[in-house]
Design a protein around this ligand. Sequence first.
Ligand code: IPE
Ligand code: IPE
Ligand code: MG
Ligand code: MG
Ligand code: MG
Length: 328
Amino acid sequence: MTDYREKYLEMLKIVEQKIDEYVKFKHPTSIYEPFRYIMDSGGKRIRPMLAMICCGAVCGEPERALNGAVAIEILHNFTLAHDDLMDNSPFRRGRQTIHLKWDEPTAILTGDVMVGCAYALLPNFEQNRSASRIYEEFTKALIVVCEGQALDMEFDRKPSVVLADYFEMIEKKTAALLTASAAIGARCGDADEDLLKLIKEYAWNLGIAFQLQDDLLDLTADEANFGKKIGQDIIEGKKTYLILKANEKALDLESRKLLDNFYIHHGLPEEKVPAVRAMMQQYGVFNDIATEIDSFYRIAKSNLEKLPQSEYKEMLCWLTDTLLRRNY
Ligand code: IPE
Ligand code: IPE
Ligand code: MG
Ligand code: MG
Ligand code: MG
């Protein structure tokens, strides 16, 4: 397959320039400084790139989706600012999180203003005749992500969570925004309903694989690469795929004790993280999740096959393969 890296990086540069242009300091700096800080801290920019490439895949001109793409990236960064507060995460993208570098009210209000700014960037009816549909996709995604985050939090204290609950939760907290990114991109390119449906299915499968992978990386990544604290999900008592699967499979006394403590205390102290990792290794849980990830990626790729031939379709295939191998 052709290496689309160079073309991808060219498009990424356009997205980065637009972000840069948008997040100039405004008044009051108490919210715009942290806003700029999180937007400037890197990130893979998967969502805006998905919007741009999906727009290209339906009309050939990715830049028609540029404003919508940046709006989505701002919305994503809002979810991260609030997620870090909710998850007590000390750093992200290798930098201290907003609620620690500043304080909690700052993280809340910065997140709020980001939602407003994201809306302000969406195309209006004069710019795009699908504007009302784009708004709809965007609002729906915002609501569903909040619902997913609510489930994520509820599950911390709920002992009876099963894998089906987990999949509902990640569909909402993560796949919904990837799906909206692709859909908004396609709508910016005036895609017809059939094409839109395909593109959404693709992004949904990609989104599920993406969150499973994030959960896996929480325990297996290199901290410097990942940019987030390793084991934070275990410390915080998150009912990830890994924990639920381990809970299904683990039988020996030692592992049962570890898991029971995780469930009773809604998480474990940091020093227990290596033992949790070893237990998951012992019961083949990392292999299970890898198989699961692979199968969602395969479905995502098969969704792409039905798209009309174009270099952007090929680029989506390349991106999907690249994401499957990610280590951050
Ligand atoms: C982090 O998203 C939150 C998840 C949905 C897993 P990303 O992994 O896309 O984060 P950045 O934007 O690249 O930092
Ligand atoms: C990501 O969940 C979902 C959202 C931010 C909406 P996580 O809590 O797993 O994300 P990270 O790992 O902190 O990036
Ligand atoms: Mg988190
Ligand atoms: Mg979270
Ligand atoms: Mg995570």
